[in-house]
Design a protein around this ligand. Sequence first.
Ligand code: NAD
Length: 520
Amino acid sequence: METGIAVLQLPESEARRAPEGDGGNESVDGDAMSRNPFAGLVSHLRASWLSGKTRPMEYRMAQLEALGRLLDDKKQEILEATASDLGKPPFEAELSEIFLCKNELRETLNNLSRWMKDEHVDKNLAMQLDSAFIRKDPYGVVLIIAPWNYPIQLCLAPLIGAIAAGNCVIVKPSEVSKKTERIVAEALPSYLDKDCFAVVTGGVSETTRLLENKFDYIFFTGSPPVGQIVMTAAAKHLTPVTLELGGKNPCYVSDTCDVTNVARRVAWGRFFNAGQTCVAPDYLLCTIEMQEKLVPALRKAIDDFYGPNPRESPDFGRIVSDKQFRRLRALLCSGRVALGGQTDEAERYIGEAWGHSHLHPCMEHISAPTVLVDVQPSDPIMQEEIFGPILPIVVVTNMDEAIDFINSRERPLALYAFSSDDKVVNQVLERTSSGGFCGNDTLTHMTLTSLPFGGIGNSGLGMYHGKFSFDTFSHHRGCLKRGMGWEPLNAPRYPPYSQQKFGVVRAAAKVTHKNDCTLL
Ligand code: NAD
């Protein structure tokens, strides 16, 4: 995919606005284009937004329904593209890229008319004759920047919220997942209104230029360091942001649990999409006794899921790039390899299929599902988000130590706690802080459209999914509409002031404490 503006057939006048009959100015405009190649695109979308076209509910519904058709029509292409980019098994691709987006679409289409309604709010005595309400206004022109690990879902799920809220949108998919980037760039403009929705492709330099423009909202999904770059660029224009970032998600396993079930649920969460999932359990915290029990249970789970040779399993994904593969391999010098990568290589081997196949080079990268035991907090693997199929176990003496460990680190996007004792799960929930929480399972909390999804602190800012997406992309505009008459009722607030007038104003506008006794 060539980088640059991929879609929106800009009218010539917008793309290169050369004043009539003055060829000399063309170079001036050319200079402007090279200085800010996306200015024309952004201003075209802003003009569309200002025209009010995206505001009617019927328009929004029609665009959302078109997205649904895109997902149906392009399903096979999406499965092939994600298989090529990430070796994504079709089951995982259909579930995580298509099914979850369709759920978001259905939830939005079912509820949009209700969500869009003005929300009438409580009034004080002085305003009983007036109308006070929250209007859900679109922000305007929104930029959505997506990563490569769920390259369809992480473009489309926020896009659904942005369309539902009545915005115009530029989507910037990841340049790393090339085949999927191409689908997004080619398909979106053929299903959505080109005057209001566009795709910009490219990597760091294109995104940097894009971010120079003033947007009304930026929704970014990616790594914390790039999140900082995006937030800094947004700050120049005072643009509000949602940052969906990553980090290390702890998973505490108490001594009282069904070890087989824990192992299956953890292994699924860790090795889904070859571990390249922002909410994957990043490391386990448990006692030495539990570690002893978990290793054989994890071995059994991995064997049940992927067979004795995961490299041959159609259900185990691939590492996206050379860069990621090398980064992961370097992390293996932590603790001791208990499972995975054994074959004929040295103990720190991660299965590497340098074959002669016709696959995309990245397809030849496989990291075997790997479990590291006796990992120290100071080990390299505990210093960064793993984002691959490696599961370290850090030994703690009890739950209190696990909680202290969690609280001494950056606040994670997801936190998991396993125990047959509900009190233990509740303790972990109550004494920690994280973007989301799931007791006795992994990943599944993010599949509910009724739960907000987002990080806190280093793992992000803001939330989305279901109605939370609609709210994220809507400005909640506080509105009061008063009548023209009844002027004597306003007299107490006008000068000349007096204590008596203040008493009247206070009585009419006071918020009463619920414990105040009205008889006194
Ligand atoms: P990334 O931050 O490298 O890239 C994300 C996007 O930002 C891409 O579109 C990329 O082109 C762009 N980008 C990269 N560098 C940039 C720069 N210097 N200036 C401007 N734009 C730039 O992230 P990634 O490697 O694509 O994805 C992995 C990260 O994303 C992990 O940290 C993961 O946890 C996180 N993630 C978070 C969520 C979530 O929902 N919270 C979901 C998926 C992934």
